[in-house]
Design a protein around this ligand. Structure first.
Ligand code: ADP
Ligand code: ZN
Length: 529
């Protein structure tokens, strides 16, 4: 109010206004800041764009000493520090990109108490000289950014983060605040136990991003589908297109450029100069598209990203949520669009089978993938399903594809039985395993050379599936995979039965399937004529 004088304000609010130029706190920022200012430990779960940085930056300015921020985002430290300096905050960083001279300067500023914030890469804490340096200064707090990196259950584990469990033993009186934009309940509790934050206060904001419209479509001609999306809905908009491989990043970027859309590639195989240039063009220019692997994006703060498109299936819901979360930080309507197909499932299962690590690790990857597939195949509101994954309840959102045009479902029990019994017969009678293509050819009664070669036209199931089309059968396979009623194995994505398949074959279980768009379209046409 107008009678309010500056001295009536709390230190935190004064700093919010004077240093950062904002009027009021957002969401739980004030509670979090007060808690940390008074010396409490905190674990903060808040979506991207929620305003996590101020939650440790302001307490660091209020409390005596230097706030030490642990962050894996080495490439962004310079930018973050520059941005703070521009506001008059005394900030510095220590990481592997510096030479000895630069490091010495930061170290002496730290010891002289001439810093408010010191950003550290996690591996620095494994170096004894860094630990000794911290011992000789005054630390106001530890902020552990991207705290999900400590969780092996999550999607972005970094071994260096495990060393952070020692912070509170070494500096028991220094408050710690851990922050992340992504955490299922499992990851949440793993972060708390690894960082010994069970006793701290946990602040869990809503993970909903209401301005993001979630859409997941079947993949036919992915680049063309992407082009349609860009031309019809996002002409001139800035956005990120994620692809799984470096090769497809390059091809997709070229394809967009050839079609008159400004796009640049970004992946770990490009030299650091090109990467830095493409990243800064994206941040500074209007309406540029970055086609990237998931190496791109963490910590990038561009408010007006209007769409995030995935041309390949993300490996986990957590990854999907974090990547799509880069859209619409400014609160304006934005699109999260994903195209996925059967090949994605086959490819990812294969990657899991051949991944390094033990059986438990592979099992974890498989569970993550299953949750992602369930999100793709759901007939419920995507947002309800997404938030439920993070342990948050909500009602249908009206702003996702399944809310806007509810998918039609059909009783796929008989189709599933036909398909599963084909897989079963191939294995039982002949000891053979085949991929979806061959199984579908058999069902459709196609006498291809490969069908002839294996004498598959003599099977009793040959041609029993002509009531569905090829694309529809592919949809059946995909959905059976997503529901765990079918599995793939080996290099060529051979279909195999699961334990649950038996329930369908034994007529103990019905199978509800989502109609493929073509099928839905065809049946409405049929209804009209
Ligand atoms: P996060 O780290 O949670 O993704 P940031 O800390 O980068 O979010 O904040 C997102 C954006 O919101 C930034 O541009 C930031 O300056 C702005 N912001 C944060 N807190 C406030 C506030 N209280 N009032 C206005 N803008 C804010
Ligand atoms: Zn919805």
């Amino acid at each position: 109010t107008s009678t309010e004088t500056d001295t009536d304000l709390s230190d935190a609010l004064r700093i919010l206004r004077r240093v950062f130029g904002y009027d009021t706190f957002r969401g739980e920022q004030q509670d979090i800041i007060e808690h940390v200012v008074s010396g409490g430990d905190a674990l903060v779960l808040m979506p991207t764009g929620g305003g996590k940085s101020l939650c440790y930056q302001i307490p660091a300015l209020v409390r005596e000493g230097v706030g030490v921020v642990i962050s894996p985002l080495i490439a962004l430290m310079q930018d973050q520090v520059d941005a703070l300096r521009a506001l008059g905050v005394r900030a510095g960083f220590l990481n592997s990109t510096q030479d000895a001279q630069q490091r010495r300067e930061v170290e002496s500023a730290f010891l002289a108490g001439e810093l408010d914030l010191l950003y550290l890469a996690p591996e620095r804490l494994k170096v004894e000289s860094t630990v000794q340096l911290l011992d000789r200064g005054t630390i106001s707090l530890f902020a552990i950014d991207e705290a999900h990196c400590v969780a092996q259950w999550g999607h972005d584990f970094r071994p260096d983060y495990l060393a952070l469990s020692g912070l509170h033993e070494r500096w028991p009186d220094v408050p710690r605040i851990a922050l992340t934009a992504t955490a299922t309940e499992a990851t949440h509790s793993e972060i708390a136990s690894r960082l010994a934050l069970q006793q701290g206060r946990h602040f869990v904001a809503s993970f909903d991003r209401p301005n993001i419209q979630y859409r997941i479509v079947g993949k036919n001609e992915p680049r063309k589908q992407l082009l349609d999306l860009l031309r019809n809905e996002h002409a001139g908009d800035a956005g990120i297109v994620y692809c799984l491989s470096r090769a497809s990043v390059e091809k997709t970027a070229e394809f967009l450029v050839q079609n008159g859309i400004e796009a640049v590639p970004y992946h770990a195989g490009l030299d650091s100069h090109t990467r830095a240039r493409n990243q800064s063009r994206f941040l500074r220019e209007d309406g540029l598209i970055v086609v990237a692997t998931i190496a791109f994006g963490m910590g990038i703060d561009k408010p007006d990203v209007r769409f995030v498109a995935h041309l390949d299936l993300p490996k986990s819901v957590e990854g999907y949520y974090q990547e799509t979360g880069r859209a619409g930080r400014d609160g304006m309507p934005s699109t999260a669009w994903l195209a996925y197909g059967l090949q994605d499932v086959v490819q990812q299962r294969k990657m899991i089978d051949t991944s390094e690590g033990d059986a438990a690790h592979r099992r974890k990857l498989a569970i993550h993938l299953d949750a992602m597939l369930a999100l793709c195949e759901t007939v419920r509101c995507r947002r309800v399903q997404l938030l439920a994954y993070f342990g948050q309840e909500s009602g249908p959102c009206g702003n996702c594809d399944t809310c806007l045009s509810p998918p039609q479902t059909w009783d796929g029990t008989i189709a599933a039985q036909k398909l599963l019994s084909t897989v079963f017969r191939l294995k039982r009678d002949r000891g053979q395993k085949f991929g979806a293509g061959q199984v579908i050819d058999i069902l459709l009664g196609k006498r291809t050379p490969k069908v002839a070669q294996f004498d598959h036209d003599s099977l009793p199931v040959f041609g029993v599936g002509t009531d569905l089309r090829d694309t529809e059968w592919r949809g059946v396979v995909r959905q059976l995979l997503a529901q765990g009623l079918l599995a793939v194995e080996g290099d060529y994505g051979a279909l195999v039965l699961t334990e649950a398949s038996g329930e369908v074959l034994g007529r103990k279980r019905d199978v509800l399937l989502r109609k493929e768009p073509e099928r839905a379209a065809r049946s409405t046409r049929a209804a009209k004529t």
